[in-house]
Design a protein. Structure first.
Length: 58
C-alpha cells in the first residue's frame, strides 16, 4: 500500500474513533453506528492492502 493511501486510512480511522468517543455521551445508537463505520473502515484498509500485495506479487 502506498504511503498516502495508508495515511488516508489511518486518519479516517482515527477520526471515526474520535467521533465514536464523542457520540457516546450524546446518543447510544449514533455511537453504535460510528463504531460499525470505524470497524468497516479498518477492514477496508486491510482488504485494500491485501489486494495490492497480491497484485504486486502476481
Amino acid at each position: 500500500m502506498s504511503k498516502p493511501m495508508a495515511l488516508f486510512f489511518a486518519v479516517l480511522s482515527v477520526l471515526l474513533m474520535s467521533a465514536t468517543a464523542i457520540s457516546i455521551s450524546y446518543n447510544g445508537w449514533v455511537a453504535v453506528l460510528m463504531f460499525l463505520l470505524t470497524i468497516c473502515s479498518i477492514g477496508a484498509g486491510f482488504v485494500v492492502n491485501a489486494k495490492m500485495k497480491r497484485r504486486n506479487q502476481g
